[in-house]
Design a protein around this ligand. Structure first.
Ligand code: SAJ
Length: 420
């Protein structure tokens, strides 16, 4: 089936929208990127990324130099619309779909017959249908799915959840298989034409609700598996065993593949998305909810380990190494390391030295705390009584072993085990 796509409007130039927009533009598509943040619009138009992601700066510069990507605050007519806005949760952990509603309201006036609208944002089951309903109410002159009596549609609507891994986005965007869930079969076909522009991976077409749940299940599956590893770390701590060694040996079994424990689960995906499943089926999600609780409880456990060791010192100096949500990125969203550093600082009596080679200073949450300062890695280690390894950033592997051996080390990452 051939549905030529010449222009695409990408709504939301965040961690997913920006790489998607730049990739489409690099393939010769006229792309209009839309964002409500004027600083993002300005940066993109200047060909500059505002977060670090390998190869994204190169891709973006190429797209803007070729004049194929332009950013603005308001959508304009296009063949296809890709919505890639955040879907956070509310205080009660129910999904907040306000940004999707705002995106729908913004694109509705410029839709024309023949368009396809694709929702990429991770969403609870039913959101794509809700999006189509909202668009249909705003544009009664156009036919949206589902239509009665299988009438032909003016605007096709589908869900194609993003699946790229931060740190490998540019490559995974092209290589990963994609699941495309249409509100009708024709919707999925029309959406596929957009991804065919750049995709090397396979496309699997399904209905929208299935695609929505598949995405949530992918992240919940990882969360549950990390929770198993984190629970093992608690068990091993009680039994005086090395969890990294236990997992390494268990993984020598041909059908066992345990993930790695850490200081907790951060980022804006895995720590959030499982709650969307819980909120859809609260009575039937004991395992998913418990996994979330196990992972959310890990920072507190690391804090208690540090505080227990700190009792030996009169005025202990604690070096917290790493603040981002995972190794070798500069993203601090939902970072368990920040939660640990700030809980330590709030407890009062310690001096906290923070080092992170991927950041230039303290994040807001820590900057106001009088007993927290930011310094270079080796300096932090040398001044510390206790070294807490919170993120396994590659440069930390170069910390001389003898510097660590002179101090009490709490390793939440397994880095010193791999180092040994
Ligand atoms: N983590 C562990 N132990 C592990 C692996 C990860 O503690 O063995 C921690 C990390 O340190 C981090 C958190 O889990 O704090 C999440 O990191 P991640 O690398 O597992 O995943 P994200 O959040 O960066 O990206 C995930 C990916 N989903 C899956 O792998 C199923 C990515 O493909 C998705 O596109 C992304 O979520 C998303 O946006 O949904």
């Amino acid at each position: 089936m051939d549905y030529p796509i010449k222009t695409v409007c990408v709504v939301g130039l965040g961690y997913i929208g920006l790489p998607t927009a730049a990739t489409l533009a690099s393939r010769g598509i006229e792309v209009l990127g839309v964002d409500i943040n004027p600083r993002v619009v300005e940066a993109v138009n200047a060909g500059q990324t505002y977060f670090s992601e390998p190869d994204l700066d190169m891709l973006l510069r190429a797209a803007t130099t070729l004049r194929k990507l332009r950013a603005t605050a308001q959508p304009e007519p296009a063949d296809a619309f890709v919505i890639a806005v955040p879907t956070p949760f509310r205080e009660d952990r129910s999904p907040n779909l306000d940004f999707i509603d705002l995106a729908a309201d913004a694109i509705a006036p410029v839709l024309v017959s023949g368009n396809v609208v694709i929702l990429e944002s991770t969403s609870p089951v039913g959101t794509t249908e809700r999006l189509a309903d909202r668009l249909a109410r705003l544009r009664p002159d156009l036919r949206f799915p589902p239509t009665r009596h299988a009438e032909p549609l003016d605007v096709h609507v589908a869900h194609c959840p993003e699946r790229v891994l931060p740190g490998r986005m540019v490559r995974e965007l092209i290589e990963n298989d994609r699941i495309i869930g249409g509100l009708t079969e024709a919707c999925a076909e029309h959406a596929e034409a957009v991804y065919r522009v750049f995709l090397q991976g396979k496309v699997f077409r399904t209905d929208a609700a299935t695609a929505e749940l598949v995405k949530l299940v992918e992240n919940a599956s990882r969360d549950v598996n990390i929770a198993f590893a984190n629970e093992l770390s608690l068990i091993c701590d009680q039994l005086g065993l090395n969890v990294w060694h236990v997992i390494e040996l268990a993984n020598r079994h041909p059908r066992v593949s345990i993930l790695q424990p850490g200081p907790g689960v951060g980022g804006h995906c895995i720590a959030v998305d499982p709650w969307f499943i819980v909120s859809s089926a609260p009575e039937r999600t004991r395992l998913i909810r418990t996994a979330r609780e196990v992972n959310d409880g890990k920072p507190k456990f690391v804090v208690s380990q540090i505080r227990e060791r700190a009792e030996r010192f009169k005025r202990p100096v604690v070096a917290c190494l790493g603040l981002t949500y995972k190794p070798d990125v500069d993203d601090t969203r939902e970072s368990p390391a920040i939660a640990i550093a700030s809980q330590l600082a709030c407890a009062g009596q310690d001096r906290i030295l923070v080092a992170d080679p991927n950041l230039t200073g303290l994040p807001e949450e820590l900057a106001a705390m009088p007993n927290v300062s930011f310094c270079e890695t080796l300096e932090a280690v040398r001044q510390a009584d206790i070294v807490a390894l919170l993120v396994a950033h590659s440069p930390f592997r170069k910390i001389p072993r003898e510097e660590l051996m002179r101090r009490v080390v709490i390793d939440a990452t397994g880095l010193t085990h791999q180092h040994a």
